[in-house]
Design a protein around this ligand. Structure first.
Ligand code: GDP
Length: 303
């Protein structure tokens, strides 16, 4: 239900346009595909992904000898899911350590995309599952970032390990891991600074943080989650490419999907970057974080 509600904007815009298109074109012809292509681009599915999708749709229509646009939505949905999954099974589950062992999750992403909010929501989710959670305030660069994480920590009721603004993020991670081990924490979620302006700095900092975590907890970080803002459209793709070069991103959290009619960006991300979207943000509240399910998402667009 939440999932459905959060996708209202995209659904209303996309499905009504497709339905309108289907009503106007009785037969599946070249012009129908041209308009569909335009519509998908408007939904931010992304140029390459749209081209691939249209190609495959045209082949499918030929293969099945489909002439009428009746029920073409089902064919489109099927292809959208296929394109999203790329023949790989969809991996939305997080790589969690067995009970009694510490799982470390590192969060990366540009300021303002909803990183802190997502960390809070995820902490809440784990808490509800009965896990002991701790947060590490690794964004020591942006003024207010530490306080903001503390606000979420208080709200969710989890401890936040922090140092003063401007301190070394790697040192914060070191502290946090030791605190987590001492207090029998199940999951440590680490925030990091999100400045993209200086790519070399970003890489160095992330690599240093990564190294400390790896040294203190062999095999960690178990997840590196990149927060991307769905409302920024193709910009989100550019950010993802940069972070992918800077660190090993294992999953994406696409935030503010409730705030855009261009939810097609989720398809472009997976299709072009080969990184699974693990969660989507569907609002500002604590429980507005949902695991992403491609099939539910795509079929939901037409429901
Ligand atoms: P950060 O700078 O990346 O840590 O971003 P914040 O967590 O401070 O979020 C920036 C703004 O986006 C805040 O006003 C959040 O309430 C809002 N926000 C975060 N996630 C979502 C979401 O999924 N949906 C909506 N509508 N707003 C969100």
């Amino acid at each position: 239900e939440k999932f459905k509600h959060g996708l209202e904007k995209t659904r209303n815009s996309f499905s009504s346009k497709v339905n309108d298109l289907v009503a106007r074109y009785r037969t599946v012809d070249e012009e129908f595909f041209e308009e569909l292509e335009e519509l998908l681009l408007q939904a931010d599915v992304g140029f390459e992904t749209v081209m691939q999708l249209i190609d495959e749709l045209e082949m499918e229509v030929k293969r099945k000898n489909i002439k009428s646009t009746d029920g073409i939505q089902a064919v489109i949905s099927e292809k959208l899911v296929e394109i999203y999954e790329q023949g790989e099974a969809d991996i939305t589950d997080l790589n969690m350590q067995p009970d009694g062992e510490l799982t470390v999750i590192l969060f990366v992403g540009v300021n303002g995309v909803g990183k802190t909010t997502t960390i809070g929501k995820l902490a809440h989710r784990f808490e509800q599952q009965g896990k002991k959670v701790m947060l590490a305030a690794g964004d020591t660069f942006r003024a207010g970032a530490i306080d903001q994480l503390q606000v979420w920590g208080d709200r969710v009721g989890v401890e936040v390990i922090k140092q003063s603004e401007g301190s070394d993020p790697a040192a914060v991670m070191y502290d946090a891991i030791n605190a987590a081990k001492n207090r029998g924490v199940d999951i440590l979620i680490c925030d990091t600074a999100g400045r993209l302006q200086n790519k070399v700095n970003l890489m160095n900092e992330l690599q240093k943080v990564h190294r400390v975590i790896e040294r203190e907890v062999p095999g960690a970080p178990h997840e590196v989650l990149l927060a991307l803002d769905a409302t920024t459209g193709q910009n989100a793709l550019v950010q993802a490419k940069t972070f992918k070069e800077a660190t090993k991103v294992t999953g994406i959290v696409l935030t503010k999907l409730d705030g855009t009619a261009k939810g097609g960006i989720v398809l472009a991300i997976r299709n072009q970057l080969h990184i699974p979207v693990k969660f989507v943000g569907l609002g500002e509240k604590m429980d507005d974080l949902q695991p992403f399910d491609a099939e539910r998402y795509v079929y939901g667009l037409f429901a």
